[in-house]
Write a protein that binds this ligand. Structure first.
Ligand SMILES: [Zn+2]
Length: 391
């Protein structure tokens, strides 16, 4: 564990597009020079020993050596180490129950790091833009950290979600227009001095939180990863985190190859599936349509190029599911005792529809490894069932 400051003095925000470093204290959310995407540099993750892991609490902070920030004792809500259960009717597939997080979604993995970062930097105000799980998670951890939080949401956001954000003490700004208009309003607010833009898309610390999804899987499967990780794909919060975590395990010699990442988009809004199919390196321009899987309906993902590169480098794929497939998967999961939000059924929809593309040769009966693992990302208690929505 680190002593003194809660992170290494070498940490910087790095823009690969123009090879420039920015200090954490700059609170930059994009490159000040070229507006490029920022990643974390100056951090060398290590991995705890089995003996260390055996005596640590079952939270994501058990991977302290692999995280860029020290555990924020006053901020953590015990997030992490969610159950891994057998999929209904499919003993060769496991589901990781990430909706059993403090705010009911996997976004807590990243939000706790952003709150710890804001606290460590002495920032008095965090800004987020999300009508869903990310905004809720940031609002909760900001409250826990005693930091003012403003959340920008589309005007059409359901009153229930707005009520939850306000309950956490966040100031909610309801922005008319598109999802992009909301993001633009948040970005403008984020440029106010003394503000941390707690973005699950732009802030690279978020992905160092979501990478713990893969660390936990590795531990829960006895020091191995499955052949295939099936992951939902909108902004790539979990795809990029899982890719980062798997690469760190590979670099540490704890796995011998990267698992295939099969990412799942909603057919009505699938710019990355289209780009993958066409061999393009940037998200395809699309006209998005409404989908029941609203949590992954992102028309212009800012990290699209990174996502495409990550999926391709694992030998994976990007597939799509229709709203009818999502509805059927949502109902099937609920009938098996797993009540997720509609978006949380997208991966199971792809698996159920046979879209994942593994072969019997991938089976590892000797080690009893599942063929594939998918997350159940968000609780069904957070949203209306998909039968109540129309496309
Ligand atoms: Zn730059």
């Amino acid at each position: 564990m680190r002593s003194g400051s809660s992170w290494s003095a070498n940490l910087t925000l790095y823009c690969a597009a123009c090879d420039t470093h920015h200090s954490l204290q700059s609170l930059a959310w994009r490159c000040a020079d070229c507006h490029g995407i920022l990643d974390l540099a100056g951090f060398t993750p290590a991995f705890p020993t089995a003996a260390d892991l055996a005596r640590r609490p079952a939270t994501l902070w058990r991977y302290a050596e692999a995280l860029p920030l020290a555990e924020p004792a006053a901020i953590t809500l015990g997030e992490g180490m969610t159950p891994l259960v057998t999929a209904p009717g499919r003993p060769d597939v496991r589901l990781k129950v990430d909706y059993l997080m403090p705010t009911g979604s996997f976004k807590d993995r990243g939000a706790v790091l952003l709150a710890a970062l804001a606290s460590g930097l002495g920032v008095g105000r965090m800004v987020a833009d999300s009508s869903g799980n990310a905004g809720t998670a940031v609002a909760a951890y900001a409250a826990r950290a005693g930091i003012a939080c403003e959340v920008y949401v589309p005007a059409a956001t359901s009153p229930g979600k707005v009520a939850q954000l306000r309950a956490y003490g966040a100031t909610v700004h309801q922005i008319p227009g598109s999802r992009e208009d909301t993001a633009d309003a948040a970005a403008e607010a984020a440029d106010t001095p003394g503000t941390l833009y707690a973005s699950h898309v732009h802030n690279p610390f978020f992905f160092h939180g979501t990478k713990t999804y893969v660390f936990e899987l590795w531990e829960q499967l006895g020091g191995r990863l499955p052949q295939t990780l099936v992951l939902p794909l909108g902004n790539g919060t979990l795809v990029l985190g899982a890719y980062l975590g798997a690469r760190e395990l590979l670099a540490a010699g704890l796995i011998d190859r990267l698992p295939r990442i099969v990412a799942v988009q909603a057919a009505p809004c699938a710019p990355l599936a289209a780009a993958f199919r066409n061999g393009q390196n940037e998200p395809a321009p699309i006209t998005p349509k409404l989908t029941v899987a609203e949590g992954i309906a992102i028309a212009r993902p800012a990290r699209g190029a990174q996502i495409l590169e990550a999926v391709r480098s694992t030998g994976g794929a990007i597939t799509t599911v229709t709203d009818d497939q999502v509805r059927a998967a949502h109902a099937a999961l609920a009938r098996a005792g797993l009540y997720v939000e509609p978006t949380g059924a997208a991966c199971w929809a792809a698996i159920s529809a046979g879209l994942i593309g593994y072969s019997d040769g991938d089976r590892d009966n000797e080690h009893d490894l599942p063929l594939a693992v998918a997350p159940l990302c968000g609780s069904g208690l957070k949203s209306k069932p998909p039968t109540g929505l129309s496309t």
